[in-house]
Design a binder for this molecule. Structure first.
Ligand SMILES: C[S@@+](CC[C@H](N)C(=O)[O-])C[C@H]1O[C@@H](n2cnc3c(N)ncnc32)[C@H](O)[C@@H]1O
Length: 220
């Protein structure tokens, strides 16, 4: 079965928020990104999701623009909005049509659409300085992103880190969680995932040491 495009709904928003707060994943991720920024800069986060990363990034820049088309995620952004954030409930393609002034930095966190077609050039037009791109680490020696960036003559650096993104779950939600995120995977992968579930009596923890890569790409 094909890997489905990720879609927010009320249930996975709850899981994501719980995990982000419990593991401090976004707080820890932000601490790797904020040294790249300067306090007077502007940042645009495309595909902001719940803006959990932006909650911490916003203290290290002057203004943030958050672009998110999904209505459930956008409602969450509205509820948690801070004074130096501006929200747009649309796709980045629609945002480009607005012809707004580019920000200093473009933040793309787990926004894999950057790697397809000529999205890099279109997305790059949204910033003046650098693109900060966070994704899962690719253990394949033939890394298609590096080839994609090299083919477009992009200047970039990248580094890898492991950050805890463990997920507390109600016992009754464990199988639903596995099906939601791993339903399309093989039986053996799902079994490996089950082996990462720790029973804590009244609840479970899905232990997830997430391997990530951060790319810092000069504006092209
Ligand atoms: C995997 S999620 C990442 C969310 C968030 N950046 C994070 O790291 O938690 C990808 C996000 O991109 C949004 N998205 C999908 N297509 C988009 C598009 N064309 N333009 C902007 N955002 C899009 C989705 O709704 C989703 O919130």
């Amino acid at each position: 079965m094909q890997n489905k495009l990720f879609e927010w709904n009320e249930e996975n928003i709850g899981w994501f928020e719980t995990s982000s707060k419990y593991s401090k994943f976004h707080e820890n991720l932000a601490s790797l990104i904020s040294p790249i920024l300067d306090n007077n800069s502007t940042v645009i986060d495309v595909g902001a999701g719940l803006g959990r990363l932006d909650q911490y990034i916003r203290d290290h820049c002057r203004q943030m623009i958050l672009v998110e088309p999904n209505k459930y995620a956008f409602n969450y952004l509205v509820e948690t909005k801070k004074e130096n954030q501006i929200l747009f409930n649309m796709t980045f393609e629609e945002y480009l049509e607005l012809n707004r002034e580019p920000c200093d930095y473009l933040l793309l966190s787990f926004f894999s659409r950057m790697e397809i077609e000529d999205n890099l050039e279109r997305l790059s037009s949204l910033c003046k300085k650098k693109i900060i791109y966070v994704r899962n680490e690719n253990h394949d020696s033939n890394d298609t992103l590096i080839k994609y960036l090299n083919d477009r003559g992009a200047e970039f650096k990248h580094f890898h880190r492991e950050i805890d993104f463990s997920q507390p779950l109600k016992k009754d939600d464990v199988e639903k969680f596995i099906e939601t995120y791993y339903g399309f995977k093989s039986k053996s992968t799902k079994q490996k995932m089950r082996e990462c579930i720790i029973d804590r009596g009244d609840h479970c923890i899905y232990k997830n040491n997430k391997q990530i890569s951060i790319f810092i790409i000069e504006k092209i």
